[in-house]
Structures are given as C-alpha cells and as structure tokens.
Ligand binder design. Sequence first.
Ligand SMILES: C[S@@+](CC[C@H](N)C(=O)[O-])C[C@H]1O[C@@H](n2cnc3c(N)ncnc32)[C@H](O)[C@@H]1O
Length: 260
Amino acid sequence: MTSIFVDGNPYRFYASATNEKSFLEQKVISQYYAGSLPIKLGDKNKRVLDLGSGTGANTWWLREVFPDHTIIALEPSIGQIDQVDFLDYKIYNSSFEEFDQKNFEFILCSHVLQYINTNPKKFIQKIYDSLVPGGEAWIIQQTQYGLNEIIQQVKPHLKNNLFDDWLLFNDYALLVDNLKLPYETDIMHTSIQGIDYKNPTNAQKKILKFILGGIPYKNLPSEARDALGKLPIQKRIYHPNGIIKIKRPENDSRIISNNI
Ligand SMILES: C[S@@+](CC[C@H](N)C(=O)[O-])C[C@H]1O[C@@H](n2cnc3c(N)ncnc32)[C@H](O)[C@@H]1O
C-alpha cells in the first residue's frame, strides 16, 4: 500500500468531484435489472465484496442497490476507514492478499490494482478464485486519456517513483487475457471539472494532489508546474474508465490455492 492512502482526505475529495462513482452505480443497476448480473432480482443473502473500498465511495451505493445481501468492504488503510461516514459498515481492515474469505457472487475492485505492491497477475487470479462458480468481478481502471495525460505530463519532473510501473486499463486487460480467464470489457465515459493548471483554485489543487500521488501543489517542482501549465484548459476533463468483467463459469468449481 502506498503512503497516499494513509490520509483518507485527498482521495475522498477527488471521489466526490468525479461523476465516475454514479456512472458505475448506473451500470450495475442497469445490468441488475436486465438480469445480466450473477445476483438476480428476488435473490437474498448473496455476497458482494468491495475490494479496496477506500472511504466507501462505492460501498454505500452497493448497500442501497443490494439491501438483501451481505456487502463486505475490505480496506487495509485505517486513514481511509476513519473517513467513512456510515457506522453500520461491515469493513475488514486487511489487505486482499491476507484476506481469507471466498465465495462472492460479485466483486468490485475499483482503482486498486495500480496501488498494490504484490504481483498483479496473482492478485487478479485470487480475485477469480474468490468468486463462486457463476460469479463476476468488475475491475475498474483508468484508460490512457484524461487524468493519465496529466500524470504523463508531470511524471518526468517528479522525484517519487509512484508512477514508474503505472499500468492502465489495456495493460490489466492483457494480464487477464494472459491468465486465460473469461472476461469482457466495457468503457464508462466519466469526467471531472476542468482545472486551471496555471492558477488552480484550492479545490482544484486538492484534485491535483490526489492525481499526482499525494504531492501538495505548492511542493511540486517548478518544472512540473511549468509542464502542467502547458496542458490545454477544458471545461471538463474526460477521463474514460475501463471495466474488465471477469466471469467465472458455472461449471468451474475448482478450488484453487489463494497464496499470493
Ligand atoms: C484509489 S482508492 C479506491 C477506493 C474505491 N475503491 C473507489 O474506487 O473509490 C484505492 C484503495 O485501494 C486500497 N489498497 C491498496 N492496496 C491494497 C491491497 N493490497 N488490498 C486491498 N486494498 C488495497 C488503498 O488503501 C486505497 O484505499
């Protein structure tokens, strides 16, 4: 886990500014009502895992969409858990690598893979192994557009190594492909308010702080600020996000070792 999540505030602020969380909620709801999720209308007591839940930006709506089911949030950082608003929240303070529960019908793993410090292929295999036969996991990752363009612009001038092995949606889809897991992909056309890169407002500085790995705007090297200033200003920043939907077949009831 990287230090950026020790304090829950930067991510919480970013998550409330993007429309991504509500787009994701709409995707899940529409597939649920279309009958194309493993959890069907009228089902009860199925198991849902919000893997790397952070401050619960997705957990709260998962609980509203699936009130008759068990929603488990898994989050290793106390700094994130401390920022959660609701009290009756079933949360496990653990990394996924150390987590030993399985048999989930639905696993949401949203913007987690780029922050883990273990082998992503083994992590993805463990996600698959944690599904019931017939279960489904959605892995959400940034594409090369939008926020990643900000990172790439600034990266050569940063002194930390947070973005050295920064992978994107396509890279993770390739890993899933290499693992020979059954999957489909989808895209969400999500966006966040534009940023005046030369003279960001305080709110925009907070968004930039999260995007740029937790470095406060005032601490950015001047070359990094100059590089930011070259980016075109738009009213909204479109940052399409990819969904990798891993679907465990009904007839795959193998029990596979979960060691990472
Ligand atoms: C960018 S936040 C995403 C929060 C939430 N899923 C969302 O999409 O809004 C990434 C979260 O992954 C968590 N995380 C990092 N490594 C993890 C691991 N090995 N197992 C579980 N969670 C992890 C971090 O602590 C952080 O809260």
